[in-house]
Design a protein around this ligand. Structure first.
Ligand code: ATP
Ligand code: MG
Length: 345
């Protein structure tokens, strides 16, 4: 069987959290050996869809690059680049807009949530880019004819939409693009906020106390886990729908991933023990799980010149992959100067 073409993006928010790490970054590291190629993009163009500061954006982009490298991405084994360096993404976004239904964009959960956030936070300005965000995300993936998209559960709907966009394009203009599959991890696809275990841990919208950052100091991590909201019961076990065990369930999943064990093992280990012992154990496990990343981060982040060199090399590789796809899309759509093979005699 041929190897998958893997593509995923991550926002340059700098403060990546445990949800990003478990739901996405952990997959990226493994995908370097599965994908041919495995392509990872730091999406500065997505980041400008909400209020931001240009100088800050650059800094946070370096932070995110250093976190990915510290987590184990190896620029020799994957294509790691900055979205804004590869113009094909923006060009394809416009072209795909022609086969994207306005009504589909209007149905996206993320649009609804982020629109509400923008309305309440940034002088009520809601940008058109926030609405068009899923077309850019479709362009990111379709520009490489990627077959697999490793993401957290919250991105399921966006991947469905890019499949629909590829399908509509191919129906209208002939077979050109590939419908990608999402790859959502079995455990840890939706790490919940520690203070509000009914919403996902998030860069925007969550509380600081409920969010464990990859670069948090060990004591801070332990404290956040110790203060995690649970329930008034005393059993460390998975619950059923609506029985209020979301907090404990979330901690069980986190421990499973951090220690690479399954939920049954966690339940057995903590049978008859209280929530206090359990939360302390999760805190220690998360500290050990993230420690190697934090230790490697400082040296990588310190050498901004090297980060720029890595990103530039990655952008070169990305452009070489996507330019032929863009040429096919333009030719199929009848846009721009005809290609040599389609020019009138
Ligand atoms: P924002 O809230 O600004 O959208 P984010 O926390 O979702 O930020 P992103 O950079 O948008 O961070 O997401 C990067 C990847 O992490 C995506 O694949 C996303 O699905 C995944 N992800 C985000 N939050 C979680 C979470 N709580 N659990 C598991 N995966 C997550
Ligand atoms: Mg997100």
């Amino acid at each position: 069987m041929s190897k998958p073409i893997v593509f995923s993006g991550i926002q340059p928010t700098g403060r990546k959290h445990l949800g990003n790490f478990i739901g996405a970054i952990r997959q990226f590291v493994e995908d370097q050996d599965r994908g041919e190629p495995a392509i990872f993009c730091i999406v500065d163009l997505h980041a400008i869809s909400v209020a931001y500061d240009p100088a800050e954006l650059r800094e946070r982009l370096y932070d995110t690059t250093a976190i990915l490298l510290a987590a184990g991405l190896d620029p020799e084994r994957c294509v790691l680049f900055r979205q804004g360096d590869v113009h094909e993404h923006t060009e394809l976004t416009w072209l795909l807009g022609a086969v994207t239904a306005w009504g589909d964009l209007n149905r996206m959960h993320q649009w609804k949530t982020k629109r509400e956030q923008a309305e309440s936070q940034s002088g009520a300005f809601v940008s058109a880019s926030l609405f068009n965000y899923p077309i850019l995300m479709a362009a990111d993936v379709l520009a490489y004819r990627a077959t697999e998209v490793p993401v957290g559960d919250d991105q399921r709907q966006h991947v469905e939409l890019m499949r629909e966009i590829a399908r509509r394009f191919n129906e209208r203009f002939g077979p050109t693009l590939v419908e990608p599959e999402h790859r959502i991890p079995a455990i840890g696809a939706r790490v919940m906020d520690l203070q509000d275990p009914t919403s996902k841990m998030s860069t925007t919208g969550g509380s600081d106390a409920g969010t464990v950052y990859v670069l948090d100091e060990p004591d801070r991590i332990r404290k956040k886990l110790r203060s995690a909201v649970t329930d008034s019961g005393r059993e460390v076990r998975r619950g059923g729908p609506g029985d209020g065990k979301e907090g404990i369930e979330n901690l069980i999943e986190i421990l499973c991933v951090a220690r690479d064990i399954d939920a049954g093992q966690v339940e057995a280990e903590f049978e008859g023990k209280g929530y206090g012992d359990f939360k302390a154990a999760v805190g220690d496990a998360v500290v050990d799980f993230l420690a190697p990343v934090r230790e490697r981060y400082a040296a990588l982040r310190g050498d901004q010149g090297e980060l720029e060199r890595i990103l530039a090399a990655g952008a070169g590789k990305a452009r070489a992959l996507t330019a032929p796809v863009l040429a096919d899309v333009r030719a199929a759509m009848g846009v721009g100067e005809p290609r040599a093979d389609r020019r009138p005699a």
